[in-house]
Design a protein around this ligand. Structure first.
Ligand SMILES: [Zn+2]
Length: 166
């Protein structure tokens, strides 16, 4: 998954609120169409809020975060996406305290964000269950071995198109 912006400022301009972040994330994870995270069915109904969907098949309600590593945290998606941008922009590595400062969260939250994203990079998946995988380049999130990795490395169509596909 890539979060492509020239600067953190640009990212926050493009995502002034959580709704904008949801829409951005939606454009990435449902690139190939909407899909139920529970059963993989592709017919889902959206609610007026634009934040909740319901599957026509299994009738489950879900948000865009369900089934992803963002599912069980209260951290706004906007900050998660900014964190991904930060990590992938700091090619020599970034500390949790820096993330905390940049995102205006506590150091504990900064640590949580960093470790969860690193874990996602290591396991090459932003999805928590075996509904499909999104491949990310570990080196890109690393710090040591990423000198030769170009930013485009994790932007392959293969990677992003597989997110959320069950
Ligand atoms: Zn379903």
């Amino acid at each position: 998954m890539t979060v492509e912006f020239k600067s953190l400022h640009d990212l926050f301009e493009a995502m002034p609120d959580e709704m904008a972040a949801i829409n951005y994330f939606k454009s990435i994870s449902w690139k190939n169409g909407e899909r139920c995270p529970y059963c993989g069915h592709d017919k889902v109904y959206s609610f007026a809020t634009g934040k909740v969907w319901k599957c026509a098949e299994c009738r489950q309600r879900f948000s865009i975060r369900i089934g992803t590593i963002f599912e069980d945290s209260k951290i706004p998606l906007r900050k998660w996406l900014a964190a991904i941008w930060l990590i992938t922009s700091h090619r020599k590595g970034i500390t949790s305290t820096q993330i905390a400062r940049d995102l205006n969260v506590t150091q504990k939250t900064g640590w949580f964000i960093l470790h969860r994203l690193r874990h996602a990079a290591r396991t090459r998946s932003f999805n928590r269950q075996l509904r499909g995988t999104v491949e990310v380049d570990e080196a890109y999130f690393g710090g040591k071995e990423n000198k030769h990795v170009k930013p485009k490395a994790i932007a392959s169509a293969k990677s992003s198109s597989r997110l959320g596909v069950g």
